[in-house]
Design a protein around this ligand. Sequence first.
Ligand code: F6R
Length: 242
Amino acid sequence: MRILLSPDAAGAGEIAATLVAASLRDLPAPVLGVATGSSPQPLYRALAARVHAGLDLSRTTAFALDEYVGLPVDHPESYHAVIAREVTAPLGLDAERVHVPEGAAADPVAAAARYEAAIVAAGGVDLQILGIGANGHIGFNEPGSDADSRTRIVELAPRTVADNSRFFDGDAGRVPTHALTQGIGTILAAREIVLVAWGESKADAVARAVEGPQTAELPASFLQRHARVTLVLDHAAASKLS
Ligand code: F6R
């Protein structure tokens, strides 16, 4: 794994935006995997500035990692809404080419299969942006997830519900208990992966992902299997690396 460091989150976002722009710039039909949450926000801001300055991402197809089950798509914290607000609009993407798992589908198993098929039909993901949970999850692949798992319904870990309650007025009772997420196998099929992490709360998960054994107990450790992974970290997130 390649590790790039910046003193702060904004700097990490700049570095990650440079990587994303360089990877996508010359592709005729780029496919970008996008994450939600706090981690990629500095990256999206830095990328949006480049779009403002002339970078054209309008031919990019995007696939989100995950979506809550049980939130209507027009709920402000649904990932449909978050991706539209934080990714599609600021990056100048074509909304028709932006895909988010159908967490509200009546048949989630069929929806998961459709999502996998849509990624394959698009030619696979050229670059996947990731954050990491404090418990080492990627996407919503919580501890216990298999390395070859694919898009499916999962139950969120108590730690994830607690962490994400900040998006629901601090009320853990309002955080959905389940999500439809790309699997670890789905994520590892991307040709390149850029993981952004900042803040002391991620330091333990980052250190275990990079230096620990590959284990389902720390799903991000399976990123060690991928040939082109870059972690872009601020000093706090890197503070437990040896
Ligand atoms: C988001 C996702 C999650 C987050 C992780 C970190 O689509 O799949 O894995 O990346 O929970 O969240 P933040 O960045 O909010 O700390």
